[in-house]
Design a protein around this ligand. Structure first.
Ligand SMILES: [Zn+2]
Ligand SMILES: [Zn+2]
Length: 102
């Protein structure tokens, strides 16, 4: 994934509004040097040059979280296919638990 830059000059009309490409060095509006920022639309937190991430630590953690939750949902659907009645749902979950332990 490509990292993004933004203008962090608070007097600039592009301040925390426009994403620039990695190859862009300076803001087209004010000429300030662009900084790497978090890709989260409401964040724009500056990311140090030596940190090779698209997001700030907060949003990396948040995205990780979402990914894990999506994984859980898929597992539940998997259990649901096996399930016919309430008892079968329990059996399905148990089967998934056994698979997880392996
Ligand atoms: Zn600017
Ligand atoms: Zn962020």
């Amino acid at each position: 994934m490509k990292r993004v830059k933004a203008c962090l000059n608070s007097n600039c009309t592009e301040y925390k509004r426009t994403y620039y490409k990695e190859s862009d060095e300076y803001c087209v509006k004010c000429g300030a040097k662009l900084s790497y920022v978090c890709k989260h639309p409401k964040c724009f937190k500056q990311i140090p040059n030596d940190v090779k991430e698209n997001y700030c630590p907060v949003h990396i953690a948040e995205r990780q979280d979402k990914k894990e939750k999506r994984g859980e949902a898929v597992k539940k659907i998997g259990g649901g296919i096996l399930a016919v009645g309430g008892l079968a749902i329990t059996v399905g979950k148990a089967a998934i638990d056994i698979v997880k332990k392996k």
